[in-house]
Design a protein around this ligand. Structure first.
Ligand SMILES: C[S@@+](CC[C@H](N)C(=O)[O-])C[C@H]1O[C@@H](n2cnc3c(N)ncnc32)[C@H](O)[C@@H]1O
Length: 275
């Protein structure tokens, strides 16, 4: 397969990249805020390094940076408080540059509009959340949310999550979310489903022992397929003890937009432990 062919096939896997026209404000956020939150993936880099930042600025620096807040035509201001991901290290770090600001890193694959990702970041300030989502309108929605409620522990990769996973070192992430992924109902499209045995092998490599894989879907055939491959995989153990464990969404798992749409049927919430 030529490189061009391979790229076209890859694009097919995650459906549309762009929906309705973006607002001026959203376009502006994509131009100004997104680059500050996009990690420059480095093969084998500890993902906590994507959250490194300088030590707290002095008062004068705060005033200067406030003066640099940029106004834009859609109204409101964009805070220039996100350092380029991974580009800065605390010069005063007692560990000699290992001051990552986060203790653990969680990955959300296909975050849609990012409401779940944002909630997790707000509620787990010592965890770095990396979200992958190629759908521009979804990314724009998350950027608006971040602008309203700044969350320094979010990084956004507006492309295929597989790029992040392949760049991660072994045993480096503490949690992975795959929530309401596209079910690809036609048999000839089943190979496009995100979770496949080969992907589970890769997730098993990058997840720490004891890390959790959270999966949700309201599509019965996709649930059956995913349960089957996960139960057969030696690196994962389903943690459910009773039906309520997968029927009822846990308190630390906010509803996503797709769950709210109730497109297919009754949702199930699966939690697997990386053994
Ligand atoms: C059905 S939507 C669900 C969105 C969100 N998780 C929710 O529950 O509201 C699936 C999302 O996964 C994204 N997606 C599909 N393949 C992906 C990939 N390889 N990497 C990252 N995101 C992907 C799509 O762009 C789409 O926004």
């Amino acid at each position: 397969m030529s490189a061009e062919h391979a790229e076209r096939y890859r694009r097919k896997l995650y459906g549309r990249r762009k929906g309705p026209a973006l607002s001026v404000r959203q376009e502006h956020l994509l131009e100004t805020l997104l680059p500050k939150l996009t990690p420059e993936l480095r093969e084998g880099a500890d993902p906590r390094s994507y959250f490194a930042s300088p030590s707290p600025p002095l008062r004068g620096e705060v005033e200067n940076s406030q003066a640099q807040r940029s106004e834009f035509s859609g109204g409101g201001t964009v805070l220039d408080e996100h350092p380029p991901p991974g580009s800065l290290r605390s010069p005063t770090s007692p560990q000699g540059g290992d001051d990552y600001n986060v203790d653990d890193v969680w990955l959300e694959i296909g975050f849609g509009a990012g409401e779940h990702l944002h909630w997790q970041a707000v509620n787990h300030p010592r965890v770095g959340l990396i979200g992958a989502e190629p759908f521009v309108n979804g990314v724009a929605k998350l950027l608006s949310k971040i602008e309203e409620e700044p969350t320094p522990n979010i990084r956004i990769y507006m492309d295929d999550a597989r790029d992040i996973i392949s760049a991660l070192p072994d045993a480096s992430v503490g949690r992975v979310f795959v929530l309401f992924p596209d079910p690809w109902p036609k048999v000839r499209h089943h190979k496009r489903r995100f979770l496949q045995t080969e992907m589970l092998d890769q997730l098993a490599r990058v997840m720490k022992p004891g890390a959790e894989l959270r999966f949700a879907s309201d599509d019965a055939p996709l649930l059956e397929f995913t349960l089957e491959i996960l139960m057969a995989h030696p690196a994962f153990r389903w943690t459910a003890q009773c039906a309520a464990d997968w029927h009822i969404r846990p308190l630390d798992w906010p509803q996503t937009r797709y769950e709210a749409k109730q497109l297919h049927g009754i949702p199930a919430f699966l939690r697997f432990c990386r053994v």
